[in-house]
Design a protein around this ligand. Structure first.
Ligand SMILES: Nc1nc2c(c(=O)[nH]1)N[C@H]1C(S)=C(S)[C@@H](COP(=O)(O)OP(=O)(O)OC[C@H]3O[C@@H](n4cnc5c(=O)[nH]c(N)nc54)[C@H](O)[C@@H]3O)O[C@H]1N2
Ligand SMILES: Nc1nc2c(c(=O)[nH]1)N[C@H]1C(S)=C(S)[C@@H](COP(=O)(O)OP(=O)(O)OC[C@H]3O[C@@H](n4cnc5c(=O)[nH]c(N)nc54)[C@H](O)[C@@H]3O)O[C@H]1N2
Ligand SMILES: [Mo]
Length: 758
């Protein structure tokens, strides 16, 4: 399998490589972000938008899910938040004339960068069977097509409803209600590719699938903050401000990562004068360059060392946990050679870490995709829970588990029932509130949805946001799967690859973004979102919409539902669309923790959802206690001549949205088709720095090839290469997924390099 070579803006002749940076943010960061906004949005619109990001009367930043502080700084956004705002507030438009000019086939040949740069979608578009182009279609006619297709299906399970994590609580709640009213739980979402592994491991061990810390635990209380498998300098830049605060009161920070990411080294805070003029704060006290996938062995070894040293909080273990003896027995059997091979770390490095842990009264572990996108992701996160439980580091100030979420409302979408395996209690509550029988069969997750499409078992694929074609693994398999579906429907703000790889019939339904004013029959509306630390608050758009034709996500779902179910189906779809208060009042009755919803979100800053382990050390697991687990170690031994490849984000992208072609902190300019390899591996493999290669992945069903990458000698852990997604998604086999969570294992793909074929 081969990807089409990019044919426009990724002319790699322009690519330049320099030394990686050793500090993040500071003045260049903010200047880059502002330049992006002003170039795309014009001075007045851009300045207005930025003034309102993450302020109590404004909108939630459409970037990451890092929480806002109680009293937001006047510029509570970061370089990458500014870029996310610029993408949405751009003055460029993808209108009917644009679609008349470009065939679908031509769009499919463009890069993700080019597609995203064309601007905002302005009106509903249809590509009918056999057509070469999309053409305009009215909203009513579009709803008619979707409603006919849905009601004509043999089974409601032949429909799939995907969600990306920018969707508001209100829209998410209505979207799952619509799918379940039709009769299916086929509600895959981006979480399936993201923190599913965290949710699975945490629900099993502590009884709640969400993080157990709040922002002040980090800024004010923790003695030690461990950042593992996360690159906050790029993906959660505002987290660096919190870490800097922690540092200034004496907290220590350990980073565990195969890459020496700039943001984990020094931070220059652009919001404070010392960041502008000073040398910045040295963030990490200890950097452990682990091998890809080595974290399970690492934490098993650390846990064994803590037990050997009797550095265990026995009172906590006795009172609150179960399974301790079995876990200890498993640690006693640990093979130290396996630990050395898996982690690539000397024993002294582990000892240095254990020293840090023993000196700290309270410890927080933060993580992101570096842990969740591996075959052993769930066991690894369970082992981190073991680590926290050993010293009672949960349910008290400054301690706990902190999975740092990706999309700004991905956590809220789950809370609202966007979940193919929603728990029975949620489904029961939905059923008694709305009086229809809610389906109980588990639905398809993201990978299962692709298999179902590939096998001809899907009649309608609908996406509430996101870019399914580019975000998912095995690009060629997924593209063919999507293109075989009788009807695909994308509710989107911007043009992307999924529109260019349409089903046999395909609709694009353009919607309002976070930044835009949302006026319905009942007046001006706001929506609500939940951040990474379970805080729920309002988000209010204020800018003029990109086009008068745009509808809100809520209005689109309700318009479609009314068309399918009619006006008197028992669910007041029209009333929901005209006043979102009506939606929130239903959420309050169905979802635990949302009573008094309307009043609580009226308070600036919103409210925090209950979290029993965090709040009272009660653990709603099967046993009623926190669960120690025994996790089997599997050491990845590479065949000769092979590397493990992780697929990461550059500093200039938000997932599949490519802002630009630079990755400043890693020293890359004007290009994305690069593969970072340790110099010792390059020497052993016989490739020179700068050589052009094809990256070839190996799987049981054959090879996959991503052509024409430039090799960059880089200080990554030996044996561990890195390259950007989505370009490398073609290399990730559909069936290469994490145990339990079924998340694509896109951080551990076995590859070989070959001299470039073109
Ligand atoms: N600007 C910007 N912000 C974003 C996003 C974006 O694309 N752009 N995406 C958003 C989303 S949806 C998400 S989920 C988050 C993603 O946030 P991150 O998880 O920070 O994103 P990645 O680029 O995937 O980086 C993974 C990090 O884990 C490390 N890593 C990989 N494998 C391993 C391993 O086996 N062990 C250890 N210890 N480390 C490992 C990598 O070297 C890298 O530093 O960011 C969110 N915020
Ligand atoms: N190889 C590899 N693959 C990965 C990852 C990886 O690390 N490596 N990371 C995975 C992760 S963590 C995630 S979360 C997924 C992301 O997967 P997705 O969430 O599907 O992808 P995004 O790129 O975030 O989606 C961008 C699109 O969302 C639409 N959009 C933006 N704002 C709005 C809005 O307000 N409303 C609506 N309706 N649409 C909007 C725009 O049209 C835009 O083109 O990718 C996953 N894929
Ligand atoms: Mo994500």
């Amino acid at each position: 399998m081969t990807t089409r070579a990019p044919r426009d803006d990724n002319d790699e002749a322009e690519l330049r490589v320099s030394r990686p940076a050793t500090s993040a943010a500071g003045v260049p960061g903010v200047v880059h972000g502002l330049a992006a906004v002003l170039e795309q949005s014009g001075v007045r619109r851009g300045a207005k938008a930025l003034r309102l990001v993450n302020q109590q009367k404004g909108f939630d930043c459409p970037g990451c899910a890092w929480p806002e502080p109680g009293k937001p700084h006047l510029a509570e956004f970061c370089e990458n938040g500014a870029k996310a705002v610029a993408e949405e507030t751009t003055v460029r438009r993808v209108d009917a004339a644009f679609f008349a000019e470009h065939t679908v086939a031509e769009l499919a040949g463009r890069t993700d960068h080019w597609l995203g740069q064309q601007g905002r979608l302005t009106e509903p578009m249809l590509r009918d069977t056999g057509d070469t182009h999309y053409r305009p279609i009215g909203w009513d006619a579009a709803f008619g097509i979707v409603a006919d297709a849905l009601t004509g299906l043999d089974s409601p399970d032949d429909a799939v409803f995907y969600t990306s994590g920018r969707t508001s609580n209100e829209a998410a709640f209505l979207y799952q209600l619509f799918a379940r009213a039709l009769g299916t739980n086929n509600l895959p979402d981006c979480s399936n590719m993201c923190h599913e592994s965290s949710g699975a491991a945490l629900s099993e061990t502590i009884g709640v699938g969400k993080g157990s810390v709040s922002l002040t635990d980090i800024t004010d209380h923790a003695d030690l903050i461990v950042i593992v498998g996360q690159n906050p300098g790029t993906n959660h830049p505002r987290m660096l401000t919190s870490l800097e605060e922690a540092k200034r009161r004496g907290a220590r920070i350990v980073a565990i990562n195969p890459l020496p990411e700039a943001g984990l080294q020094t931070f220059k805070n652009p919001q404070k004068a010392r960041g502008v003029v000073g040398k910045g704060t040295l963030l990490s006290d200890l950097f452990l360059q682990v091998r890809l996938g080595g974290d399970l062995a690492f934490f098993q070894a650390v846990n064994r060392m803590l037990v050997d040293a009797d550095a265990v909080d026995h009172a906590f273990v006795d009172q609150y946990t179960t399974g301790y003896d079995d876990a200890v027995a498993a640690w006693q059997a640990l093979d130290w050679d396996d630990v050395a091979t898996a982690t690539g770390l000397p024993r002294e490095a582990l000892e240095a870490f254990v020293d840090e842990v023993r000196r700290a009264d309270s410890v927080i572990v933060c993580w992101a995709m570096g842990l969740t996108q591996h075959k052993k992701a769930v066991p690894t996160i369970r082992e981190i829970v073991n680590f926290l439980l050993l010293r009672g580091n949960i349910g008290r100030p400054g301690a706990g588990a902190c999975p740092v979420r990706g999309h700004s409302n991905v956590q809220g979408d789950r809370t609202m029932g966007i979940w193919e395996k929603a728990p029975a209690a949620f489904l029961d509550a939905l059923e008694s509130e709305f009086g229809f029988s809610v389906p109980r069969r588990h639905g398809h997750d993201t990978v299962e949805s692709i298999r179902a499409m590939r096998d001809g078992r899907v009649g309608v694929f609908m996406a509430m946001g996101g870019n399914f074609a580019a975000a998912t693994p095995d690009s060629e398999v997924t593209a063919a799967a999507l293109q075989s579906v009788p009807l695909t429907v994308h509710v989107s703000t911007k043009l992307n690859r999924s529109h260019a790889l349409p089903g046999r019939r395909s609709l694009i339904l353009p919607c309002l973004g976070r930044t835009e004013r949302d006026v319905q029959a009942g007046g001006e509306q706001f929506v609500t979102v939940e951040d990474s630390m379970s805080a729920v608050h309002a988000s209010r758009g204020t800018l003029k919409p990109a086009s008068a034709e745009l509808r809100s996500e809520v209005a689109i779902i309700c318009g479609l539902a009314e068309r399918v179910f009619g006006g008197d189906s028992g669910v007041p779809w029209r009333a929901f669309a005209s006043d979102y208060t009506a939606v929130r009042s239903r959420i309050a009755r169905v979802v635990p923790g949302f009573d008094d919803y309307e009043a609580k979100v009226a308070v600036p800053g919103g409210f925090v959802l209950p979290h029993p382990p965090r709040d009272s050390r009660s653990f709603p697991t099967a046993s009623g206690k926190a669960q120690f687990s025994v996790n089997e170690l599997e050491v990845l031994r590479l065949p000769p001549g092979r590397l493990i490849l992780q697929t990461v984000r550059s500093h200039d992208q938000f997932n599949t949205t490519i802002y630009g072609l630079d990755d400043r902190y890693r020293g890359i300019r004007d290009g994305r088709r690069v593969v970072f390899v340790n110099p010792s591996d390059l020497a052993a493999l016989g490739f020179a720095d700068g050589a052009m290669v094809d990256v070839v992945s190996e799987w049981t069903d054959g090879d996959r090839r991503a052509p024409s990458f430039r090799v960059v000698a880089y200080p990554t852990a030996p044996g561990c290469a890195a390259a950007y997604f989505p370009e490398t998604n073609v290399l990730v086999p559909l069936d290469h997924t994490a145990e339990v969570s079924n998340t694509p294992a896109s951080k551990s793909v076995v590859v070989r390099l070959e001299p470039a074929t073109s």
